[in-house]
Design a protein around this ligand. Structure first.
Ligand SMILES: O=c1[nH]c(=O)c2[nH]c(=O)[nH]c2[nH]1
Length: 291
């Protein structure tokens, strides 16, 4: 029997980077969590502890901060591409890089009805995300969002499912549908306006969730993905993960009260987890984008 080293990568995870840029007295914030991971021929350190090829994770972290100073961070996709290309271009033994960035939103605090110059409140849990993968001179970008919490209080049914001796769920033609959307979409082509693309995809996801009459969360998931692909030619493939945040109608009959979809128990767990991919049949090869 022979034992060998399999696929490996290493880097600094979750570098917390906040930048402040100024236009006169008006401050602009960027709040990112950046993870870098490098790939290449790193057998020596694993097999013998010879670190002559190891770009220290501390150096990777420092590079993130220095790059944020040397030129404006800009869109997270551009920042990820700059960092990834730097590591692959600078060090011969490093042939690939994966840069993962989450962007946390901040809103200006309104003071007397006017957005404040330099005081902010966190926008919420939702994050904009990107994963940039570099392999030699090629690049793949998968962007997305996480924790986009949405709910519709009608326009959702669930029935027609098989019943066996363990089935207790009642069929319903009117329920609350709620989820926290995680979406990741893989880009293809070039010259993409990352900011506009993100804003449009987010809008399409939300509008489709709102307007599609739902017979299952699976159907809603597919409709959301399909709408993104039909409107956004730069997207090759979209992966969606949507927990079914169950809202159960509370039985108020012990108190002599009716409950016509008015009072719910918002359950925390367990939750259904609905996941799926929607893609073009002529999409560009994903390469290592998801690996
Ligand atoms: O939209 C739904 N899909 C399911 O697969 C499922 N299963 C379940 O218990 N409730 C629901 N709702």
């Amino acid at each position: 029997m022979a034992i060998k080293l399999g696929p490996n990568q290493y880097g600094k995870a979750e570098v917390r980077l906040v930048t402040v840029t100024r236009t006169g007295d008006v401050h602009h914030l960027k709040d990112l969590t950046v993870s870098t991971a490098l790939r290449g021929d790193l057998a020596k350190t694993h097999l013998t502890g010879d670190n002559s090829d190891v770009v220290a994770t501390d150096t990777q972290k420092n590079t993130v901060y220095a790059f944020a100073k040397e030129s404006p961070v800009g869109e997270i996709e551009d920042f990820g591409l700059r960092l990834g290309r730097h590591f692959v271009g600078e060090f011969g033994q490093i042939t690939g890089a994966r840069v993962t960035i989450d962007e946390h939103g901040w809103d200006r605090i309104p003071v007397g009805g006017r957005p404040h110059d330099h005081a902010f409140s966190r926008s919420g849990e939702e994050k904009r995300t990107t994963v940039v993968t570099i392999e030699n001179d090629r690049a793949w970008v998968v962007s997305g969002l996480r924790d986009l919490v949405v709910l519709k209080s009608t326009g959702s049914e669930f029935h027609g499912f098989p019943r066996d001796k363990y089935t207790t769920l009642a069929e319903t033609d009117d329920r609350i549908l709620a989820t926290a959307v995680t979406a990741q979409w893989r880009y293809q082509g070039s010259g993409i306006d990352w900011r506009t693309s993100f804003a449009e995809i987010r809008r399409i996801l939300l509008e489709t969730f709102a307007t599609k009459h739902s017979l299952s969360l699976q159907q809603t998931l597919y409709a959301m993905g399909e709408a993104v692909l039909s409107e956004r030619g730069e997207v090759a493939e979209i992966r969606l993960s949507m927990p079914n945040k169950h809202h159960f109608v509370v039985d108020l009959s012990p108190f002599g009260l009716t409950n016509d979809n008015e009072v719910f128990h918002a359950a925390d767990r367990p939750y259904g987890l609905i996941e799926g991919t929607v893609l073009r049949d002529d999409a560009e090869d994903p390469g290592p984008a998801w690996l």
